[in-house]
Design a protein around this ligand. Sequence first.
Ligand SMILES: [Zn+2]
Length: 180
Amino acid sequence: MQRQVAKPAPQPVPGPLPSLAAEAPIVPGSVEKAQNMDWLGQVTATEIPVVSITDLGIVRDVNWVDEVLEVKVTPTYSGCPATRVIEVMIVDALKARGVASVQVTPQISPAWTTDWITQDAKAALEKYGIAPPRAAGGPNSCPHCGSGNVEMVSNFGSTPCKAQWRCRSCLEPFDYFKCI
Ligand SMILES: [Zn+2]
């Protein structure tokens, strides 16, 4: 297997990255799935520094395939521009832990659903001011004041993954994490 060289992310990644000192190379196959998932759980979603990629449920599996650590990732929705950034972050995070060779494999089916987001992550989103996704297709309350009197301003928020909403009670705008 050819050694992959970690490339810099194509664009600045918002939010603090955990500063990981490069550790000694690990023997392929020697690290258990739970540990690998734990490491991946320290990678935050690019646009949303309060939740990790495992919280979002997009990391479906991680397995050794000979010398290579394969990470199966389901994009939140097809065409999400963050997908490529997340891939680079996964490779970087695992390499920082001493994994020499990482393969990120998209797993398209079954499609990601917001049900895969952990309850803790949904609470963290709300605390951060982003209304967590709901199957009904819109937020049921304002993440700032809790009022149910909310309206959509624009279907396109600060990123394509979010819609812009506004609270009619406290008049504050907020992002809504769109359902797919
Ligand atoms: Zn409000």
